[in-house]
Structure formats: C-alpha cells, structure tokens
Design a protein around this ligand. Structure first.
Ligand code: ADP
Ligand code: MG
Length: 283
C-alpha cells in the first residue's frame, strides 16, 4: 500500500509520518518512509540524524543514476522503518517539485517500491505543483493533515483538488483528514460537511510530541521508558489500523476559494451581500 501525507508546512506531517510508520511496523508491516519536503527532516526522529538526501547523492555521482545503490540513499530507522530524504534544490534556484519527481524515478529504478508493504510519502502541500503532486501518481491513499484554522484548511482544499484530478487516471482515494495540534474542530467539521470526507483522528497539542522532536526520537521510542506515552502512541496506532482495514475513502470535490472563504470566515460573511450567501447555502 502506498500512502501520501500532505498538509501545510509546519502542520505536523513529519511527526505524524514517523509515528505512523512505526505504528504500521508494529502491526507487522515493512515500511519505507520517503521525505519529499526540501526541509529534509521528515525521517529525523526515526534515525536521530539528518540522513544524506537523494539530491546530494545524485550530485556527488554527477547524476549517474546507474552508480547509485539502495544503501546510498536508504537508511535504517527505529523499529526497522527504512528512510529516504529527497532533499531540495539550492535556495533560490531550481525546483523542489522536480527533486521529488527525480526521487520517485530513482527509487523506481532501484526497484525499491516492491520490497515494502507500505511506502509512505511525506509531502508538503502549500503548493501542489506537478512535482509535489508526483507521489499522488503512485499512492493508493492520500491523508491530509490540518489544524482547525483557515490556512491549513485552505491548503487542504488545494490538495483535495489535486487528488480529484489524479483520481481521474488511477485508483487514488483520500483516506481522510487528520486534525493535529488542536482540540477544537468546529472549522474542520464545517469543511467536511461541505466537502465530505472521513476525519481519521484529531490529535491535541501534546508537549511530549514537541519534546520528542527536540530529542530526535519518536513518541514510540520515548514510550519505552515512559509508559504514560502509550496513550499518545494509541492515536497513531488507531490511524494505522484504519488504513490497514482498507478503508473505502473518497474522491473528494474541492470547494471554490470563494466558497471556502464564506464557509470559514465570519468576517467575510458579513462583507458578502445576502444574495451571495443564499447562493452558497443552496449548494
Ligand atoms: P511538518 O512536517 O508538517 O512541517 P512537523 O512534523 O515538523 O511539521 O511539526 C512541526 C512542529 O510541531 C515540530 O516541532 C513538532 O514536534 C511539533 N508538533 C507536531 N505535532 C504536534 C502535536 N500534536 N503536539 C505538539 N507538537 C507537535
Ligand atoms: Mg516535515
């Protein structure tokens, strides 16, 4: 099964990816996590260091793909999760999306995809250009991480549009939304009312999760010496179990930007004339 995790920058994709990868490994799956964010820290809490990126390795080999071996780019992380980082172009030059495309191409040439039960792509979703959308060409399920705020839901809605588009050519489904760092969910619920999709889990802001990033360890690893953290692990195990039960998922249809602004912003509603509001409420 191939999974693609998308969401606004800083929303918690990598934290969820690492802990979800372990949760899946704990359920007996062989997992490869591929960080596709130029930030290249997706797998940091799995390996406790910043592993060399695919783009660095390719550069060192003068872009001779045939000289790259799986062990050059695939590193072993906690609980046997395999880790890859795509990396990014030099600041102010090149294209991050292109790097993601090249990463997928190289891993295919290395036959890496066939060795794993789960391949999990951790991808940023502020801009879903062709390159950053590339993992959607391979994914069976997409998951979107959001909080209860406008910016993250706006990014989520853009990702929804990309899923709808990619689902025309292959069997891609949206497994659902994961709420992160929030106990409130009124805007998330409003969004899924108009754009129906499952909400797989809502994770609150948990200080131990923030600390786990600083320590370079996942919550699962920290839970070995602090049993109270098993409750936090259960959030991720719950998501893993839902995915392993082959959920139906949805092919969603995004809202228009104007609809999203009306839906999520009381201020905007008061600026709109009543006729426009009526139009929207009739959708
Ligand atoms: P992204 O990969 O989307 O850019 P990260 O996973 O790197 O985001 O998370 C950004 C920051 O938020 C990290 O410092 C991480 O530890 C913290 N974080 C993520 N999820 C939570 C949570 N549920 N509670 C507290 N801190 C969190
Ligand atoms: Mg990240």
């Amino acid at each position: 099964m191939k999974l693609a995790i998308y969401g606004k920058g800083g929303i918690g994709k990598s934290t969820i990816s690492c802990n979800l990868s372990i949760a899946l490994a704990r359920r007996g799956q062989k997992v490869l996590q591929i960080g596709c964010d130029p930030k290249h820290d997706s797998t940091f809490t799995l390996t406790s260091f910043l592993i060399p990126t695919i783009i660095d390795t390719l550069q060192a080999k003068d872009y001779h793909y045939e000289d790259v071996w799986p062990e050059d780019v695939i590193y072993q992380g906690y609980n046997g999760v395999s880790c890859v980082e795509a990396g990014g172009p030099p600041a102010g030059a090149g294209c991050g999306g292109y790097v993601v495309g090249e990463t997928v191409k190289l891993l295919k040439e290395l036959n890496a995809f066939y060795e794993y039960d789960i391949v999990l792509f951790d991808v940023l979703g502020d801009v879903v250009c062709g390159g950053f959308a590339a993992p959607l060409n391979y994914a069976d399920y997409c998951l979107i991480v959001t909080d209860n705020g406008f910016d993250a839901l706006f990014a989520a809605n853009r990702i929804v549009a990309s899923i709808r588009e990619k689902a025309r050519s292959h069997n891609l489904r949206l497994a659902g939304l994961i709420g992160n760092r929030t106990t409130q969910r009124d805007l998330i619920d409003k969004y899924v009312e108009y754009c129906p999709m499952p909400v797989l889990e809502i994770l609150p802001l948990i200080e131990d999760i923030r600390i786990s990033r600083v320590k370079g360890q996942t919550i699962f690893e920290l839970a070995e010496s602090n049993f109270e953290l098993n409750d936090v692990c259960d959030f991720y195990l719950n998501i893993a179990d839902q995915l392993l039960s082959s959920p139906e998922g949805v092919v969603p249809t995004e809202l228009l930007d104007r609809e999203l602004f009306s839906l999520l912003s009381d201020f905007y509603l008061t600026m709109e004339n009543e006729k426009d509001q009526d139009d929207f409420l009739m959708i």
